[in-house]
Design a protein around this ligand. Structure first.
Ligand code: AMP
Ligand code: MN
Ligand code: MN
Length: 316
């Protein structure tokens, strides 16, 4: 029996199901989670989706008003984690996963630690949402407008608007099908990617002013502090996209962005061509994809900067 057959069997058997994703969820995490939520409802299941906090730009996605912050159910029959590389990244809600009778991980991170009983991992997929598309087709669940919208939001965010190298012909076939179904792809694109909150714009301005170059202009580095976020009344997700500014500058191979958090430093790393930032971030205790990765470091911004630049020196 294939992994997907086993997962479908577990879904059919389960009376209580919970869908979870990584902390500080992005469009792929929320889009995939909600797509799965809507799909399971469609086949007569009554799942919970627990996401304590998420950016308000995603509030238009079908199912957001049913997202829970926590649950009274302590032991679910089945827990499904999407777009999450490690159990640690489930953060404060990992108990719902760990305590569930059966655990499933659906993901596209090459560094996924296979923390489920069943793991359906496709590192080549440009977004977890695109894997879910394959999964739902295998389960013979119809991709309705609602489900399609959620999947599209995930794909658009994780591919930077269809422009990253992981995009496949399936990505565009799916978008073509959505257009045929009458979904306003352009409008969703603008909402999830193009439109910036005011706080996001202000944080970007601060980070751009601070941007420094290293390694003959091949490395771009910037950061924002907790004070910066307080000053601009930052909300969940307002730091998204800042790391892209450095990557888009001519000659830059690696862009580094540090966000100061309660826990220390949240590092975001992006590369254009030859540097595998996932490998670099693994050495820093994190992980991710070849061209987009991250790590959490318990130290000051200065200490993190020095350590990262030292690691990068050997691969530039
Ligand atoms: P970010 O810079 O936070 O957008 O993360 C880039 C990619 O790396 C995303 O796909 C994350 O899920 C992944 N990632 C970030 N931090 C970690 C970590 N500590 N461990 C594993 N994967 C991570
Ligand atoms: Mn994600
Ligand atoms: Mn993703």
């Amino acid at each position: 029996m294939s992994t997907l057959d086993s997962i479908l069997e577990e879904i059919n058997k389960a009376e209580s199901i919970v869908i979870l994703t990584h902390e500080n969820p992005d469009g792929d995490a929320i889009g995939t989670g909600l797509a799965l939520y809507n799909a399971l409802k469609q086949i007569g299941k009554n799942p919970d989706i627990i996401i304590p906090e998420y950016p308000r730009i995603f509030e238009f996605l079908p199912g957001t008003d049913e997202i829970k912050k926590e649950s009274d159910i302590k032991k679910y029959d089945l827990a499904i984690s999407v777009d999450c590389a490690t159990i640690k990244m489930l953060n404060g809600f990992s108990n719902y996963f760990e305590d569930a009778k059966v655990k499933v991980s659906i993901d596209h991170h090459s560094t996924n630690t296979m923390f489920g009983d069943y793991n359906y991992i496709s590192p080549d997929a440009p977004a977890c949402a695109q894997i879910l598309l394959v999964v739902l087709e295998y389960f013979k669940i119809e991709i309705t407008k609602d489900i399609g919208t959620c999947i599209l939001a995930g794909i658009i965010t994780d591919t930077g608007g269809f422009k990253y190298s992981g995009v496949t012909s399936e990505t565009f076939k799916f978008v073509a099908e959505l257009l045929e179904k009458g979904i306003n792809v352009s409008k969703i694109y603008r909402r999830v990617l193009q439109t910036k909150t005011k706080a996001n714009f202000e944080l970007n301005r601060i980070a751009t002013n601070r941007l420094e170059f290293f390694e003959d202009g091949k490395v771009a580095f910037t950061y924002i502090t907790k004070e910066d976020e307080e000053k601009v009344n930052s909300e969940s997700g307002d730091h998204e996209g800042i790391v892209e500014t450095g990557r888009d500058i001519e000659g830059v191979e690696v862009s580094i962005f540090i966000r100061q958090t309660e826990k220390g430093c949240k590092v975001s790393m992006r590369s254009n061509e030859y540097v595998n930032v996932s490998d670099v971030c693994l050495l820093l205790g994190g992980g991710g994809h070849v061209h987009a990765a991250g790590a959490t470091m318990q130290c000051t911004i200065e200490q993190a900067k020095e350590k990262i630049l030292r690691q990068l020196k050997s691969v530039m």
